[in-house]
Design a protein around this ligand. Structure first.
Ligand code: SF4
Length: 463
């Protein structure tokens, strides 16, 4: 460590780096992830506390003094080694963070309260109470007020994380703004508040309204398309698929809600871009997207055609015409998806190796990544049986919720990526799964893993 050079005078963790506290197999450490370079580093808790002292105002001497105050190795070589390694990994910046000027574009305006809600029909959520959605996400965001509520509950129960380490900034090493969201510590990949009986400890002790907003509204997703607020879901939890055809579950919005003003104000939403990118050269209006998405939603759950092949055919039609045209078309041969599946295999195999290094053996993220990597190494996804019910609903929910329009990629590319995810799930279903209720619907895990493991761009270099 002593030979590592440190060039920055007053280091600070770069604001794009995500630090997360993990308790893995009984030991606590902090994983630093740089999404720009897909680099991961692991440091101990003492080092993390020192990194938090490096706020861009302290030079090496001041950091040594800070280390002494924290009761950790105050030697120059030790401090230089820690920050030198982080600098070498591209995770530091020098000095105070620059306050960026407000960009010369107006912020997204909140749609008026009378904006109509268009809600995914025939769906209500029957949660199996086994906490799959609380065991998978690398970042569960709490507002400062929600974190305070959580801390009050944590004081009454015994969590395996000290209060000071229970929350970290969502990005960077310091809290720069009092409204900044915070990420909760994870215990073997589980939210620190998930109890041994797979219940939310906050909900159990203080009621549903005490939970963070992201957990209260999960799995609902709100997307404004200029005319209405579409309310669909992120199909990332096995309970969503096992709820299909089961009446009487929890609705995506409060009963009777018909307009935006009827739902809680903290609900975040995304805006469909205008125009909507279809391919590298073609765009469509938001009105055209509204019509097309309803057409896809109406036909997606027909079991008589292969969902992956249909997604490929829809992408081909958009590429060929530069328009959002008719959707009642025959599926394309699955061979076209092979480069996309291969790109997914490469990305998830690398992610599985990273997960193996930093997460505990029972961690669902780690097991899901390994499951996908091993399944793709041994199975040919193009020849495995389909799951028409899950796959049809998956495409219907994504289309209705304008999901493909808000991910920063053209719609045709998004469709091919989704065809690949469907095929990956088929391979996983044909391979021995981890023993876990979350594995019952592999498509949910593929969808969640693609976001959670930071591999959403797996197909960006295909073509
Ligand atoms: S706060 Fe509760 S509901 Fe939210 S992830 Fe944690 S355990 Fe689950």
């Amino acid at each position: 460590m002593a030979d590592v050079s440190l060039h920055f005078e007053r280091p600070r963790l770069a604001v794009h780096v995500q630090a997360r506290v993990h308790v893995a197999d009984g030991a606590t450490h902090v994983v630093l992830y740089d999404p720009r370079t897909d680099t991961t580093a692991q440091i101990g808790l003492d080092d993390w506390h020192l990194v938090q002292q490096a706020d861009g105002t302290r030079d090496l001497d001041a950091l040594c003094l800070a280390a002494a105050r924290l009761g950790i190795d105050p030697s120059e070589a030790g401090v230089r080694g820690l920050f030198g390694e982080l600098e070498e990994a591209g995770m530091l910046c020098d000095g105070l963070a620059l306050k960026l000027r407000t960009p010369p574009v107006p912020p997204t305006a909140q749609p008026p309260d009378d904006t109509p809600l268009e809600i995914l029909e025939d769906f209500s959520l029957t949660c199996d109470g086994r906490g799959a959605c609380c065991r998978f996400y690398g970042s569960v965001g709490f507002t400062p007020v929600e974190a305070l509520r959580g801390r009050l509950q944590a004081a009454a129960v015994s969590l395996p994380v000290d209060d000071a380490d229970l929350f970290v900034p969502m990005s960077g090493g310091q809290i720069d703004h009092p409204d900044e969201p915070l990420a909760v510590a994870l215990v073997d990949g589980r939210c620190a508040f998930l109890t041994d009986t797979e219940r939310c400890g906050i909900h159990e002790r203080a009621g549903a309204l005490a939970k963070p907003a992201v957990c209260r509204i999960y799995p609902a997703a709100f997307v404004h398309d200029g005319t209405a607020m579409r309310v669909s879901l992120v199909p990332e939890c096995a309970c969503i698929f096992s709820s299909l055809g089961v009446p009487g579950g929890a609705l995506l919005t409060p009963a009777g809600a018909t307009k935006l003003g009827d739902i809680e104000p903290q609900v975040g939403f995304r805006e469909v871009p205008d125009p909507v990118p279809l391919t590298a050269r073609a765009t469509a209006s938001r009105a055209e997207l509204r019509r097309w998405s309803l057409d896809v939603h109406a036909l997606a759950r027909r079991a008589d055609r292969d969902a992956a092949g249909w997604a490929l055919a829809l992408a081909d039609a958009i590429e060929a015409t530069g328009e959002l045209g008719a959707v009642d078309i025959a599926p394309a041969p699955l061979d076209a998806a092979r480069p996309w599946v291969e790109a997914f295999r490469v990305a998830v195999t690398a992610a599985a190796a990273t997960q193996d290094a930093h997460r505990g053996v029972t961690d669902l993220s780690r097991r899901a990544a390994r499951w996908a990597a091993d399944a793709l190494a041994t199975r040919d996804p193009l020849t495995e049986p389909a799951n028409p019910a899950d796959e049809g609903f998956y495409l219907a929910a994504l289309a209705f919720g304008h999901r493909l329009a808000i991910e920063g990629r053209p719609i045709a590319r998004g469709l091919r990526g989704r065809a690949a995810r469907i095929l990956v799930a088929r391979a996983m279903a044909a391979y021995p799964p981890p023993i876990d209720p979350a594995a019952a619907h592999p498509l949910a895990l593929v969808e969640a893993a693609t976001r959670n493991l930071g591999i959403s761009g797996f197909g960006d270099d295909v073509d």
